[in-house]
Design a protein around this ligand. Sequence first.
Ligand SMILES: NC(=O)c1ccc[n+]([C@@H]2O[C@H](COP(=O)([O-])OP(=O)(O)OC[C@H]3O[C@@H](n4cnc5c(N)ncnc54)[C@H](O)[C@@H]3O)[C@@H](O)[C@H]2O)c1
Length: 322
Amino acid sequence: MNAVENTESSNDTREEFAIAVVGTGVIGAAWVSGFLAAGHSVTAFDPAEGAEERLLEQVKSNLEVTTGVRDSQLDRLTFAPTIAEAVGSVDFVQENGPERLEVKQAMLAEIDTAAPEATIIASSTSGFAPSEISAEATKAPSRIIVGHPFNPAHLIPLVEVVPTPGASPALVDRALTIYRTIGKKPILVRAELPGHVVNRLQAALWQEAYSLVNEGVVSVSDIDTAISYGPGLRWAILGPLAQQALSGGIGGMRHVLDHLGPPQEVWMHDLKQVHLDEGLKGKLIAGVDDELVGRDSAAIARQRDEMLIRLLELKHRYEELP
Ligand SMILES: NC(=O)c1ccc[n+]([C@@H]2O[C@H](COP(=O)([O-])OP(=O)(O)OC[C@H]3O[C@@H](n4cnc5c(N)ncnc54)[C@H](O)[C@@H]3O)[C@@H](O)[C@H]2O)c1
């Protein structure tokens, strides 16, 4: 457990923040879209040739499906020529550079040097711990946290927030508040673990799915049918644990654990470890190719995004009910 256990509330009641987004590839562009849609101003930086034009195109495309594109949103976007100019006077930085430790460390050290001391610096890293990526920062490394989003990040509300053990509770609270202003659902992760929490949960499921395919128990497409037409539908509504409590009827979680806990433990202890060798990779690739044969992946992604928007609208509608 770390210092964030007794989370203090933030006194900052502003609704508009100055944001810097560093690295504007797939994930960075999604963050820019979300911050602009919520009325924040964004200064972006990415050193790649043509990055500014690509960002504008991607932001317009993202906003088209979320809020609709408005000039007032795009007017609040500036592209800076250096990291230092992007982060020099902002409240919050979201870093989205390549997932390589030495690159993250160098970028975050540069951001830490240039950003005012009160600025929160969040990294989208999929798996590095905040203490690892802040190792080269010298000015105020404890304000460097992980804010890990999920693809398609302009639509999926979840963000995992992982502070360093030394982060102040007020800073963590402020980061959660800023994410909520753009409609995100942040969760607080209280320990530094490889893959944070959600990629570990996904890895647990992938491990067993890969093992079952490897053993020839079930096809790749039947795994996808099983989750997307079975538990995945329930999980999208309630999550796996509240859903489990419902399975206990009036006895709730107590009954389900007493009743089905013992066989569940047998299944848990029978789960297999897998190694992603070429043989297994070949089976998974061939299985997905069979499943998606004749379908265009861009069209599948578009359809997924449309369904996600409808699902989220439905969830919001039910959450508003008394
Ligand atoms: N793609 C995903 O599904 C996903 C999901 C969650 C988190 N993430 C994380 O988000 C981060 C970005 O991933 P992505 O998929 O957007 O990658 P990407 O390759 O699309 O974008 C990375 C961007 O960083 C830029 N860049 C390289 N060096 C830079 C520097 N020194 N300063 C600023 N920008 C620099 C590149 O030009 C590129 O535009 C990674 O840490 C990744 O782990 C990715």
